[in-house]
Write a protein that binds this ligand. Structure first.
Ligand SMILES: NC(=O)C1=CN([C@@H]2O[C@H](COP(=O)(O)OP(=O)(O)OC[C@H]3O[C@@H](n4cnc5c(N)ncnc54)[C@H](O)[C@@H]3O)[C@@H](O)[C@H]2O)C=CC1
Ligand SMILES: N[C@@H](CC=O)C(=O)O
Ligand code: NA
Length: 823
């Protein structure tokens, strides 16, 4: 025997009922022995409750609603049953509706609705749907028989949520089936869900999850091999897909897990109502009426071995936390007993409880709608304790959510809680309270409601490991470095996803004119067009505001501009747990206090501020200095060529050619700063040596760097970039002379930065053949560190120190390292 149950959406429309008939038919074709339980058509139970309320308060237009219910059932008959058979069925439905109308007339006369009458009114939903569907099934030539569950399920008289008398009920069910279906070709029993009756035959209802309960009672009584709960989703999911787009189906789940998940908001089934089936070890399948191919979820005592330690994550979006604390609670055994006694007596349902081991405080989560009432009740009941100061004021915190991570796998593995808190911490989600059930299959955390989506998604991302972890990127500046970076991300995304389990999503980008944001990620093959056509007018404050509003997990802000104003946003971004990656040197080369502040904020927030490309583009210079510093080395001297542009110029320029043209070429090759005056004035190198000295542990200020000027004054004074180039043309002879003088001495010109004895100096220096900087070619940088550990022979790093590809790849590497850190 198999028991099938169809919920409200499955029997909610003509189309869905066709599906239901097909499912029943295919079972018959297979020769399965089945019994089928039905809910009311979707929405009808609520309408009946409303009708009851209207009748009680004397509103006459409840008849309009009754008509609508009748029409819905008539429409099913009209659509699915041949015309000549319809009138008999219409009469049948009309008869049931008449009974309902008579009842409502009575209610509206006496203006009173007892729970008993309420149950009777709501019973009409299942009676109508089951009547109509039975006829539809019969008209397809499938033998079927309407079965009113009130004849089978006997309960006490607690109307609204009656208790089942199992001894009697099981007997009645077994007798009924022995009579009606234990012969071949016997009609399929079509059973009304949700309802039962007392021994005096008064109609009762079975409370929440009612029709599932009916199926479970019947399945248990008949020792069914399986119970299929047909609904409108593909079984249970790892999280609510409306909140976590990456959620996926859970193929098998234990009863205990299903209980925990549904307690915390996963509403696909209501496991307590399946208890009778579980007591007899009957598996439950949750299946999708609208996607019959899908395997759904099997709920049973044991689940299959799983890939993940966690089975699912669910949440209750809105809760309030009640805090009871005070010195008088310590060691006083009775306080919590009294507290929970009071809550039980007032039928206040508690979602979660947490008590610190000091016993000094106890807090519990409740539905926020009842919070004021709970406070009033507790204030009154604990009046004496409060007056004596044994309990402080009872406080309520609102706008909170609770997230439950659930899984039997958690029992046997350590580090789950650590991972959970670390992910939440790295994303700036503050945990207000924690509870772990002693069964160890659930860890629940209370957090601020505005972080719910971020928390759910980051937890889902981390616990369901085979799924790539998502990094959400916001890019400012789509110039040379910005656009090269986008291209590299696009080209590399598949590799990152498969080999590093990292999904890099650019969720926002902006240039000086427009910004484009898409929390699902902007497609990188056509970002240029999309930014142009779909982008909206932008400003830095507006862009930053949007980023904070999105509040996405694992967010990284990438500044690929040389803007001075943008750096004022870094601190607040880091403070909002958003990592910052940048090749822009401005933030790190301003006042030392600002440089420190950013380091501190990042450290305090557990996020990253990375800027490897501030010095030597993609060459691993900053990382090397940081590595030496963390391992306790001490810097004695730094000597370096840190300008790709100047290297290129002095390696390329020949007397008799145009110096300005060589600078233009450097710009075209992507070596120069957006404003090449920054390179030639020595400003860019000054910034870099300052940053290096700071990284090496010396608190230098910008004015501590001495620049020996290379440019004639007129070039320095040029107001615009074109004017600057004109001045360079005019001073060609000056540059030729510089070069010639050096060449005569067999030397080369190098723009050298050095740091020693707390002093940084930079300037043009002719170097001879024996100097290590002599052989430098192209736009290469070289840096030599003399430290306590590298004293006899310095540590040297050398290679291309400017250009789009090498810089973008350095930025990219910083971004990816954040991905690994967050994992
Ligand atoms: N080119 C190179 O080899 C290296 C460059 N860098 C740094 O990379 C950064 C970017 O350089 P490039 O891409 O070469 O310059 P670029 O001039 O090609 O690109 C910068 C872009 O930022 C945009 N921008 C400026 N302010 C903005 C704002 N407030 N909002 C939005 N967009 C804004 C500009 O319109 C421009 O499109 C600079 O800070 C530079 O110092 C660092 C290492 C090497
Ligand atoms: N303009 C810079 C590029 C990197 O910072 C240079 O020429 O080195
Ligand atoms: Na670098």
């Amino acid at each position: 025997m198999q028991v099938l149950k169809f919920g409200g959406t499955s029997v909610g429309s003509v189309e869905s009922i066709k599906q239901v008939i097909q499912i029943i038919d295919s079972h018959r074709q297979n020769g399965d022995h089945i019994a089928v339980v039905f809910s009311a058509m979707g929405g009808v139970t609520n309408q009946l409750i409303e009708i009851g309320r209207m009748a009680t308060s004397g509103e006459t237009d409840y008849m309009e609603l009754v008509r609508r219910i009748e029409d819905r059932h008539f429409n099913v008959v009209k659509a699915l049953i041949p015309v000549k058979e319809q009138s008999k069925i219409f009469a049948n439905v009309r008869g049931i509706i008449n009974e309902l109308e008579d009842l409502l007339r009575g209610v509206s006369l006496i203006r009173e609705l007892t729970l008993r009458t309420h149950d009777l009114i709501t019973s009409f939903g299942e009676r109508l749907s089951t009547t109509v569907i039975t006829e539809c099934v019969k008209s397809r030539g499938i033998p079927a028989q309407y079965c009113d569950a009130r004849q089978l399920i006997k309960t006490d008289a607690q109307f609204g949520h009656a208790e089942v008398n199992y001894t009697l009920t099981n007997q009645l069910i077994q007798d009924h089936f022995a009579k009606s279906s234990d012969r071949s070709g016997a009609p399929v029993q079509m059973i009304t869900g949700f309802i039962g009756s007392t021994e005096k035959n008064e109609t009762t209802t079975l409370g929440r999850g009612g029709s599932d309960y009916t199926a479970s009672i019947i399945g248990a009584a008949l020792n069914a091999e399986v119970i299929d709960i047909w609904t409108d989703v593909n079984g249970m999911m790892t999280a609510d897909p409306r909140k976590v787009p990456n959620a996926f189906n859970i193929p098998t789940i234990t009863y205990a897990e299903a209980m925990e998940l549904s307690h915390f908001g996963a509403k696909v089934i209501y496991p307590p109502s399946l208890q009778p089936a579980f007591a007899r070890n009957i598996p439950i399948r949750v299946l999708n009426t609208f996607n019959t191919e899908h395997k759904g979820t099997v709920v049973s005592r044991t689940a299959d071995r799983r890939q993940y330690t966690i089975t699912g994550i669910s949440s209750i979006d809105d809760i309030a936390l009640v805090n009871v604390q005070g010195s008088g609670m310590i060691g006083v055994a009775g306080v919590s007993a009294k507290l929970f006694g009071i809550l039980a007596a007032h039928k206040i349902s508690v979602i979660l409880i947490s008590q610190a081991s000091s016993e000094h405080s106890i807090c519990f989560a409740i539905d926020p709608r009842g919070a004021e009432n709970v406070k009033a009740v507790l204030d009154a009941e604990f009046a004496v304790e409060i007056e004596h100061g044994h309990i402080d004021n009872i406080t309520i915190e609102r706008d909170l959510s609770v997230i439950a991570t659930v899984g039997e796998g958690m029992k046997k593995s350590s580090g789950i809680a650590g991972k959970l808190f670390s992910v939440l911490g790295k994303n700036g989600v503050n945990v207000v309270a924690v509870a772990q059930g002693s069964s160890e299959i659930n860890i629940s955390v209370v957090i601020n409601k505005n972080n719910l989506s971020k928390a759910l998604n980051s937890l889902h991302n981390i616990f369901f490991q085979s799924e790539a972890r998502v990094l959400n990127l916001y890019l400012v500046g789509t110039g040379l470095i910005g656009r090269t970076l986008l291209k590299q991300i696009f080209d590399q995304s598949e590799f990152l996803r498969s080999e590093k389990l990292l999904k890099v999503c650019v969720v926002g980008m902006t240039n000086t004119k427009k910004m484009l944001l898409d929390p699902q990620g902007v497609s990188l093959d056509d970002w240029r067009e999309r930014l142009l056509t779909e982008g909206v007018t932008t400003s830095l404050p507006a862009f930053v505001e949007r980023i904070k509003d999105y509040n996405l997990p694992n967010s990284v802000f990438i500044d690929c501009t040389s803007d001075k104003d943008i750096v004022q946003f870094y601190d607040s971004l880091l403070d909002a747990n958003i990592s910052v990656v940048t090749p822009n040197k401005v933030a790190n080369s301003g006042p030392y206090s600002e440089y420190r502040r950013l380091q501190r904020t990042a450290l305090n927030r557990g996020v990253k501020f990375l800027y490897e490309t501030n010095v030597g583009a993609g060459l691993p210079i900053i990382n090397t200095v940081q590595g030496l510093m963390t391992s306790g080395d001490r810097f004695l001297k730094i000597e370096a060529i840190l300008s790709g542009t100047l290297s290129f110029i002095f390696n390329t320029f020949r007397p008799g050619t145009s110096f300005a043209d060589v600078v233009r070429e450097a710009k075209e090759k992507g070596y120069t700063e957006p404003d090449p005056r920054d390179d030639l004035s020595g400003q860019d190198v000054a910034r870099k040596i300052l940053i290096l000295a700071r990284e090496a542990g010396f608190p230098l200020e910008p004015e501590d760097v001495t620049i020996t000027n290379l440019l004639p004054q007129s070039c320095l004074d040029a107001p615009t970039i074109p004017a600057f180039f004109e001045e360079l043309e005019r001073n060609n002879e000056y540059f030729e002379n510089l070069l010639r003088d050096a060449e005569i001495r067999g030397e080369k010109l190098r723009f050298v930065a050095s740091f020693e004895n707390n002093k940084a100096t930079i300037g043009l220096r002719p170097v001879g053949l024996d100097h290590p900087f002599y052989q430098l070619t192209g736009a290469d940088n070289i840096v030599s560190f003399t430290t306590e550990r590298y004293k006899d022979r310095p540590l040297v790093i050398k290679g291309p120190g400017a250009g789009a590809e090498v810089t973008a790849s350095g930025v990219f590497a910083d971004v990816v390292s954040i991905g690994s850190y967050l994992a």
